[in-house]
Design a protein around this ligand. Structure first.
Ligand code: HAM
Length: 426
């Protein structure tokens, strides 16, 4: 027998039982974003490879090792997007959305990185991302951070995530710091791990990210980024901190936070949790004032972030923070047993939906005994089952059964049942 074909490693199906949780998270995020006046943008999943090389950086892990890149039938090099920022900038430029105006945008969808799959790290994963354009002042940095803090509050996650904050300064300041760091580390090459030695040549700031204990020990005495900051970045950061302090948003300054993508300047941040093991960053972003110009546009300040949907869902599940009503997707289950009952059940269901469109009504299809239909009604999670037997049909009635056991079974006229349900389904 032929072997069953399976999904690609690191690419997950979201099964029907999980979908309500996804919808709950996505719905809550959308409500928060709407509350701040952000508009949705949808970009293609495939882009020209050059877009990501030019924006994320040639010597980043993503571009060097993780992109799904292939030649299409025309011989063009295409890449499945590893993130949304570059695509969003491209789309905005292409459609003139950055000309003399500000933008507050969000998107959601799958991203692709050929990483080693583990809990919270996948090869196809979903992000909900936010990008803002045309605002150079720290108020917008603060707004996007406050928006995420509000989302954690809505989801009940405020006590489970912490904000790590840093500033990378201007490009010039960072270049000066980079020189100092390279000089310092070059004198201590013998104490660095292999990965850090490689990064020292290609992307030295990323050495700060090393998890190797010996490299960490070397870094204790390394030059500090904040000693090299330019005045403007320093002031920008101070204003941002002042707003966050006044809004009561707590954060930790982490001078080692440099991010794995090259386009950032000034503010960078990550929301992290210690409840998910190694993949604890649930949301990350920062300012990227140089990227629009780098991709061929006019200099345009920009700030954004993206959150990992799977990681947030894992966190909500781990902490048992999914409201019970999210998992209940049906209010009323309509059963019919006997001659003409299938048709009567369908017609009654449709009548109820017509009169109260918000009621979620599932009609039993496929026949079966009264007992087996009641079993299905129970499994559906519905609050009420409606029963149509031959006598009910003959009398124009319906029997209502409270599946949660609260009230006695009762018989109502079919004409009255919608109004009754609307009153009793909470
Ligand atoms: P990033 O840090 O590469 O930033 O990804 C953002 C978030 O996506 C991470 O914090 C994590 O929650 C999730 N994520 C990343 N890789 C994986 C993976 N392999 N499996 C599961 N989840 C993952 C960016 O992508 C930037 N574009 C964010 C940004 C937007 N900066 C400015 N604007």
């Amino acid at each position: 027998m032929a072997k069953n074909i399976q999904a690609i490693r690191g690419m997950n199906d979201v099964l029907p039982a999980q979908s309500p949780v996804w919808q709950y998270l996505e719905g809550t995020v959308k409500d928060v974003l709407a509350g701040y006046g952000y508009d949705e943008i949808r970009m293609p999943i495939l882009e020209q490879t050059a877009l990501f090389k030019r924006s994320i950086g040639e010597v980043t892990d993503i571009v060097e090792k993780e992109m799904y890149t292939f030649e299409d039938r025309n011989g063009d090099s295409l890449t499945l997007r590893p993130e949304g920022t570059a695509s969003c900038v491209r789309a905005c430029e292409e459609h003139g959305l950055l000309y003399n105006q500000t933008q507050r945008l969000w998107y959601t969808g799958p991203m692709f990185r050929h990483e080693r799959p583990q809990k919270g790290r996948y090869r196809q994963f979903f992000q909900i991302g936010v990008e803002t354009f045309g605002m150079a002042t720290p108020d917008i940095d603060a707004e996007v951070i406050l928006m995420t803090a509000r989302l954690w509050q809505f989801l009940g996650l405020s006590d489970s995530v912490t904000l790590q904050l840093n500033t990378l300064g201007s490009n010039e300041a960072r270049a000066r710091y980079r020189d100092a760091l390279v000089e310092f580390l070059s004198e201590r090459k013998d104490q660095l791990d292999e990965d850090s030695l490689r990064r020292l040549e290609t992307n030295p700031l990323r050495v700060l990210d090393s998890k190797d204990p010996q490299t960490q020990a070397v870094l204790v005495g390394a030059p500090e980024l904040h000693d090299y900051l330019d005045d403007e970045s320093r002031e920008h950061f101070a204003t941002l901190r002042d707003i966050l302090d006044s809004a009561g948003v707590k954060y930790e300054i982490n001078q080692r936070l440099v991010r794995g993508l090259d386009y950032y300047c000034k503010t960078v941040f990550e929301w992290v949790t210690d409840k998910l093991g190694a993949q604890g960053t649930v949301c990350a972003g920062g300012r990227y004032d140089g990227l629009v110009e780098q991709l061929g546009g006019k200099p345009t300040p920009a700030v954004g972030f993206a959150m990992g949907v799977e990681r947030l869902i894992l966190l909500l599940e781990t902490l048992e923070l999914i409201p019970a009503e999210v998992l209940q997707t049906i209010d009323v289950y309509v059963c019919g047993v006997g001659v003409g009952a299938d048709k009567a059940a369908l017609l009654l269901s449709d009548r109820i939906r017509g009169e109260h469109p918000w009621l979620r009504v599932q009609t039993h299809c496929g026949g079966g005994s009264f007992k087996s239909q009641m079993k299905k009604a129970d499994k559906s999670g519905a609050h009420f089952a409606l029963l149509l037997g031959e006598s009910e049909i003959a009398d124009g009635n319906v029997t209502v059964k409270d599946m949660r056991g609260g009230a006695d079974q009762q018989t109502l006229a079919q004409a009255d049942v919608s109004a009754w349900l609307a009153e009793h389904v909470n």
